[in-house]
Ligand binder design. Sequence first.
Ligand SMILES: [Zn+2]
Length: 263
Amino acid sequence: MPEGDTVFNHARALHDALAGATIVRSQFRIPSLATADLVGWSVVESTARGKHLLLRLRDPSGTEATLHSHLRMDGSWRTFRPGERWSGGPGHTIRIVLETPTVTAVGYHLHDIALIPTAEEHRFTGHLGPDLLGPDWDPPTAVANLAAQPERGIADALLDQRNLAGIGNMYKSEVLFLRGIGPWRPVGDVPDLLGVVTRAQRMMAAHRGRWTQSTTGSLRRGEEFYVYGRAGRPCRRCGTAIRRSDEGDYERVTFWCPSCQPE
Ligand SMILES: [Zn+2]
């Protein structure tokens, strides 16, 4: 599952490459949009809402549409210059190709692709809580949303995009380690929820415009994180073996130190 900062960075890169330009060729390699044609539409902006990527378009008559996509575990948007080799992945994973006179944007492994009136974006984003990297970021509301289900485990609650939008398994695991909170501790027993969401927001915000993620400050391979991806290896603080659990669902995988993060 991508983190909100990854989606944010994809959206910004697309914006920088496409905003203001007119589409001269479009191709949708998915059945539901196989006949869609965006030639003549111009790109108004590209933005992220939580983990949802919104490419806003306008046609010459002023009609506004949004191309929605979700990156899930494996999706990406890449941009290439004309004639440049497309290097984002195997051809069969390509879902969308958008060409302007100067850039070709290629969407790989995209999910939940939809072309909708911009006024109906809420169908995809209306359920989201405050976006950690959005202009609507609002820590008290995020805390109130979390606190509304006091019995729920904190790791699970942080991942629920209805509470706050943008956290994936990496930031979830890292912020709980940094706050010394066991991932299954009930939300109602977490003493400082505001501290948790504020810390998560700071970590994510530091990755705006940065494609390499690190919460430790080190970019050396294997040293980027405190617990994420480090199952079986010694905790950086206490030496205890880091543990991993996915409870049968890889999309919810959690890493933690059982000594530093008591339940
Ligand atoms: Zn530890």
